[in-house]
Design a protein around this ligand. Structure first.
Ligand SMILES: Nc1ncnc2c1ncn2[C@@H]1O[C@H](COP(=O)(O)OP(=O)(O)OP(=O)(O)O)[C@@H](O)[C@H]1O
Ligand SMILES: [Mg+2]
Length: 386
């Protein structure tokens, strides 16, 4: 016998058993009743959700390390914000999400913390990822009541079962009627307009914030895929480290990113560029302004670019010969924000000897491809990974 918190003694057996309100009925009837009532309840909820979904607008989401984009069926991209959330540490309340929260990075007082819940292409912080996803879904629907959209979400290729469950649960909790997951590299290729359903090799390199995803796709299936933790965020870090070593200048994450976007290149530019950078001098301890040029930032990014090119080389080596032949005709397509590093396409072309092109809207390729799945359920069924 044990004593429960109220001081009443209970037998070990009944304490271990969950409470069952049908305890006085024969077991067979209990099973029949509970499974029937569960099925009825489930199918009623499901039917109601499907009914609501008739009046709702389905959504496609690119849950990226750096940016989250939401596409609404029939409307296009309706949310495009950084994947950042700011929370009050004392009350646990959300202070800001997206652009407003990104502005707060590195500038928050002690009681507020600005978090990037996605790291290296994976969900590093489930609780805040869910809050952020919920906020973006609500924002997409303008807080309209009774909306139960079908949602397709692009997730990193190396996502674990636990993370998959967490993303799906978040979307269901945000009142989705159906949730499907697709691999970001696959939808990036669709968004970039590659003919992925045909028998023929297509190579897509998605250089995002946390990871570079390389995939060879044929007949709507992934023949080869690899994800390396080398992308935009690591380039920002490389710029920060470079300026610290060379100039003893300490800059923040956001300044590091701005320098990379403005000056970052993978191959010498036609016209040299310069910019002024403000930071804190580590020796004197005071704010200082210096002028840097594109060649310095090219040097800072050298290792990051080399790692990406090396991963592309490995992918090419591992591609079956027939598909290699297709890729040598069709070339490589670059997507993701990292594709916008100046002359990166030129550098990859030089190093691989293959044609290289950049998708029309590289930052939106994943969400556009995911959006296409809202009107092509046959293809969605083929490529979904849930
Ligand atoms: N013009 C530009 N030049 C260089 N880099 C850029 C440019 N514009 C955006 N970026 C970088 O692209 C990255 C964001 O790209 P993207 O939105 O594709 O990533 P993500 O999808 O959020 O990340 P992931 O796919 O790894 O989860 C950031 O690191 C950003 O600094
Ligand atoms: Mg991405």
């Amino acid at each position: 016998m044990e004593t429960n918190p109220c001081g009443l003694s209970v037998s070990a057996q009944s304490a271990a058993k969950p409470y069952n309100r049908f305890h006085s009925l024969p077991e067979e009837r209990i099973n029949r009743m509970s499974s029937n009532s569960f099925q009825m309840r489930y199918s009623r909820i499901h039917n109601m959700r499907s009914l609501f979904s008739l009046f709702s607008s389905d959504l496609a989401i690119d849950l990226g390390t750096a940016n989250t984009l939401v596409f609404e069926h029939g409307k296009g991209i309706i949310v495009n914000e950084p994947s950042v959330i700011a929370v009050n540490k004392i009350t646990n309340e959300v202070e800001a999400v997206g652009r407003e929260a990104k502005e707060m990075l590195g500038r928050t007082p002690g009681n507020i913390v600005a978090i990037k819940p996605m790291k290296d292409g994976v969900i590093a912080d489930f609780r805040h990822t869910e809050k952020m996803l919920n906020y973006f879904i609500q924002k997409a629907h303008n807080r309209k009541m009774m909306v139960h959209p079908r949602i397709v979400i692009g997730v990193p290729s190396e996502i674990t079962q636990v993370e998959k469950r967490a993303v799906m649960d978040s979307a269901y909790r945000a009142k989705a009627s159906e949730v499907h997951l697709v691999e970001q590299a696959m939808v990036a290729a669709i968004g970039a307009g590659l003919p992925i359903t045909e028998p023929g090799g297509n190579m897509v390199v998605d250089i995002g914030g946390g990871t570079t995803d390389i995939a060879v796709i044929s007949l709507a299936g992934i023949v080869y895929s690899r994800s390396v933790r080398m992308a935009g965020n690591q380039m920002d870090e490389a710029v920060i480290t470079y300026l610290k070593r060379k100039y003893n200048l300490l800059i923040g994450e956001r300044t590091g990113e701005q320098i990379k976007i403005q000056l970052g290149s993978a191959y010498p530019l036609d016209k040299p560029m310069q910019m002024e950078v403000k930071g804190r001098n580590l020796i004197e301890g005071v704010p200082k302004t210096i002028t840097i040029d594109d060649s310095e930032i090219r040097e800072a990014l050298g290792e990051c670019i080399a790692t990406i090119i090396n991963a592309i080389r490995v992918a090419l080596e591992r591609t079956p010969p027939e598909l290699s032949a297709d890729i040598s005709d069709r070339g490589i397509v670059l997507t993701g924000g990292g594709a916008l590093i100046k002359n990166l396409d030129k550098r990859i072309r030089e190093e691989t000897g293959l044609p290289v092109s950049i998708a029309d809207d590289p930052l939106a390729s994943v969400v556009l491809g995911t959006g296409k799945m809202l009107s092509d359920f046959k293809l969605l069924r083929k490529i979904s990974i849930d």
